[in-house]
Ligand binder design. Structure first.
Ligand code: SF4
Ligand code: SF4
Length: 393
């Protein structure tokens, strides 16, 4: 962050007098737009909050366009249209067109199941630059069960092929957990077969819905070790053909991840209802009041001045052991949402850290759950979740 003194004003015009606003205020170059929480899938690890925004609360087309214009004005270069399922919004083509018109690079993060070839082609014509499709497995049986949507896997494969036919770059997002990690080598091959440029091997992170489903999703230590070896080997073998990003689950790590690059340092997202958030799980922390793009404040002001962004920015808020730890400016104490979910206080050290007094307990819990019998999912939906029918393994 810059050390420039910010006037207590809410005017972009004021901000713009001081060099480039993005440069001056450290505004992220890419922003995640969760334009709806509606989604036909019901993934048990969905990163959306357990308390989903209903469609009546969603920003209108005009409001999203205003947001896009403002983001471009303050120096943001790239927007990710996400959700929920962003294609559930009828105005997606119009929003992509507007984003493109104001000079933003656009990425669509989609489950793909609602897309037709014609609509994908319309999105490409509107200026869409990139498509990212999530996969739940490599074959229909497991993949459709995880997503809670019959026929989903087949449709995803079809849309991935259309994406490349339309000459759009493709990222395959593979969300991994105990029940599908054995398919990782085939997932890598599937990404190659689909002519993807990039594969994200994203182990589930345990907040919100995933925390509710932790006992059904938590991998064993042996599974994770194998997963890491597979990724390392594939990265070497496929250099120049497929870029592989790797997100590790932190319950078994010694140090926590630098979540979101540090709270309020490199990232913000906007919720369907227009809340500006330091991460997509941030609303799970009670007692924080997040400003909305519907308020009188500009997005630049919210980023720079709002109480919620400043509460855990930097290191001044830290308690021990983070406060005097040599890693405090490297990992910024880990994840605030995980600290809140597991300890009840977002200012505590993330228990993923071995120096947290709770780490041992959490590690043992994870190990026990990974070796347990629970396999049924609590599916994500607006009703607060539905338990999968049948019996546990
Ligand atoms: S994780 Fe699954 S349920 Fe959640 S938005 Fe993505 S596709 Fe939909
Ligand atoms: S004590 Fe805090 S700063 Fe140190 S490694 Fe753990 S989480 Fe990071």
């Amino acid at each position: 962050m810059s050390d420039v003194t910010i006037p207590p004003s809410d005017s972009l015009a004021v901000l713009e007098k001081q060099r480039s606003t993005a440069e001056t205020f450290g505004i992220p170059l890419a922003v995640l737009l969760e334009i709806t929480h509606r989604c036909p899938l019901q993934c048990p690890y969905c990163s959306n909050p357990v308390e989903l925004d209903r469609s009546a609360k969603e920003l209108t087309t005009a409001e999203w366009k205003k947001v896009l214009t403002e983001l471009a004005e303050i120096g943001v270069l790239q927007v990710h249209f996400s959700g929920g399922e962003p294609t559930a919004r009828k105005d997606l083509v119009e929003l992509v067109k507007h984003a493109s018109d104001v000079g933003l690079y656009t990425n669509l993060i989609t489950s793909a199941v609602l897309l037709t070839r014609e609509r994908l082609s319309d999105l490409a014509d509107a200026g869409l630059c990139h498509v990212q499709i999530s996969f739940q497995g490599i074959e229909e049986g497991l993949a459709d069960r995880v997503g809670g949507y019959k026929g989903g896997h087949r449709k995803k494969l079809e849309v991935a092929r259309w994406t490349r036919e339309l000459d759009l770059p493709l990222t395959v997002n593979a969300v991994m957990h105990r029940q599908n990690l054995h398919q990782l080598p085939d997932m890598i091959q599937m990404a190659l077969d689909l002519d993807a440029d990039r594969l994200e091997v994203a182990n589930v992170q345990y907040y919100g819905w995933a925390l509710k489903n932790r006992a059904a999703l938590m991998p064993t230590v042996a599974q994770l070790d194998k997963c890491t070896r597979t990724v390392v080997e594939a990265r070497e073998r496929l250099k120049g053909r497929l870029t592989i990003d790797y997100v590790v689950p932190d319950y078994y790590a010694l140090r926590p991840k630098k979540c979101m690059g540090g709270w309020g340092r490199q990232f913000f997202n906007i919720s369907p209802a227009g809340k500006v958030l330091p991460c997509h799980a941030a609303e799970s922390i009670t007692g924080l009041d997040f400003e909305s793009v519907r308020s009188n404040h500009s997005i630049a002001w919210i980023w720079q001045n709002s109480e919620a962004f400043n509460r855990y920015r930097g290191t001044g808020w830290m308690k021990e052991p983070c406060k005097s730890c040599e890693f405090r400016e490297i990992d910024f104490g880990g994840c605030r949402c995980q600290a809140f979910a597991l300890t009840g206080d977002a200012a505590n050290t993330d228990p993923a850290c071995a120096l947290s007094p709770l780490h041992e307990t959490i590690f043992k819990q994870a190990e026990a759950e990974a070796g347990g019998e629970t396999s049924r999912f609590l599916y994500r939906n607006f009703a607060g979740g539905t338990l999968e029918s049948g019996n546990d393994a």
